[in-house]
Design a binder for this molecule. Structure first.
Ligand code: GDP
Length: 365
């Protein structure tokens, strides 16, 4: 599955956040959570539509969509030079598909800061710089291999790759991330396999104290200003408070506590949805009496590709898909009623699946 990595300097609240993400109680009463490895969690994506479909269909079981989150601890200044197991952490990041960057935006004299003071913008720059240095190393290695070859060859793709490598090199050397470079389609094609760390989509989590969760604080403002041109989402979460809330036994108690601090839902639930979006994932549903289930597919997928998420045979033998829009399903209350009202569409191979579609695939075995 696709993975989001949590990064940040030590003591900014990464594990606290990871623990509340991985605490099933934090999001939902009945959705299971499991840990594959100590630092990898499979997290269910909260989705109200699934609860609504459960009400209507009354299935034997309900399976939500999931996303994997990895806690990448130990990133420090000098990591790109191998400091503090730096290379290991950086290669963990390389395996992720998107990055959740946690920034300490709370003041607390009891929690020491590795650099002595709370300054999330500086912290962000420290991490960014380590990732950029590592990317520069990757670029320089590739240039060494490709540049001579490109000069001696007529291969246009190779020449184009070298051109892209120089574009990245220039940007990285000026202290910016690879994701700020806009490539043409042809350039993208030749540079797919570079896997640059600073090219991964990112979202920022400002970890604040309880009192700043609604209106933010000066640290949050500074972060928002610093990342304004990055086109990245900035979420404000009180990780420690949410961890405390997650300890409460009943859903009602947790909801009351959240409302007390001014929230209608937990920041963690919002974060999971944002991570899902960051990975460019969408959800379609299958709804039968045995099982109502959310399936994750890459945004923009056609029906056969989306069907392959269930089973590869579904793609190979794809005949057609019967599609009901979620709103129609809720309005007419059953598949049969939708069909009678002419709200079930028969779609072919070219159909681009839409988020929320209720799908029924027909296929040859
Ligand atoms: P990590 O090193 O980034 O994984 O940081 P941890 O999650 O271990 O947190 C470091 C310390 O900061 C722990 O003692 C946490 O209890 C504390 N902490 C985390 N989030 C908050 C917060 O929002 N407010 C306060 N006051 N303390 C926090």
């Amino acid at each position: 599955g696709l993975q989001c990595g949590i990064v940040g300097l030590p003591n900014v609240g990464k594990s606290t956040l990871f623990n509340c993400l991985s605490n099933a109680k934090a999001q939902s009463a009945n959705f299971p959570f499991c840990t594959i490895e100590p630092n990898v969690g499979v997290i269910t994506v909260p989705d109200e539509r699934l609860i609504k479909l459960e009400e209507l269909v009354q299935p034997q079981r309900v399976l939500p969509a999931t996303v994997e989150i990895v806690d990448i601890a130990g990133l420090v200044k000098g990591a790109s030079k191998g400091e503090g197991l730096g290379n290991k952490f950086l290669s963990n990041i390389r395996e992720t598909d998107a990055i959740i960057h946690v920034l300490r935006c709370f003041d607390d004299d009891n929690v020491t800061h590795v650099d002595g003071s709370v300054d999330p913008v500086r912290d962000k720059e420290v991490i960014d710089m380590e990732l950029q240095m590592k990317d520069l190393e990757t670029i320089e290695n590739r240039l060494q291999k490709s540049e001579k070859a490109a000069k001696a060859s007529k291969d246009q793709d190779l020449k184009r790759l070298v051109e892209v490598l120089y574009l990245y090199k220039e940007v990285l050397e000026s202290g910016k991330s690879a994701r700020t470079v806009e490539l043409t389609e042809a350039q993208q094609k030749v540079s797919k396999d570079l896997y640059l760390l600073t090219n991964k989509p990112v979202l920022y989590v400002c970890n604040v104290d309880e009192g700043s969760v609604v209106d933010g604080n000066g640290h949050v403002e500074a972060v928002k200003t610093a990342v304004a041109d990055e086109n990245a989402e900035v979420l404000v979460i009180a990780a420690q408070t949410e961890a405390d809330i997650a300890e409460l036994d009943s859903f009602e108690e947790r909801q009351m506590f959240l409302e007390d601090i001014g929230l209608s839902e937990s920041g963690v639930a919002k974060l999971i949805r944002s991570a899902y979006k960051l990975l460019e994932l969408e959800t379609y549903f299958t709804a039968g009496v045995k099982e109502v289930r959310a399936w994750t597919y890459p945004k923009g997928a056609c029906a056969p590709q989306a069907a392959a998420v269930i089973h590869t045979d579904f793609e190979k033998g794809f005949i057609r898909a019967e599609v009901i829009k979620y709103d129609d399903y809720v309005h007419y209350k059953s598949e049969l009623a939708c069909k009678e009202a002419g709200k079930m569409n028969v779609e072919g191979k070219e159909y681009v699946v839409q988020d929320g579609d209720i799908m029924h695939f027909r296929f040859n075995v």
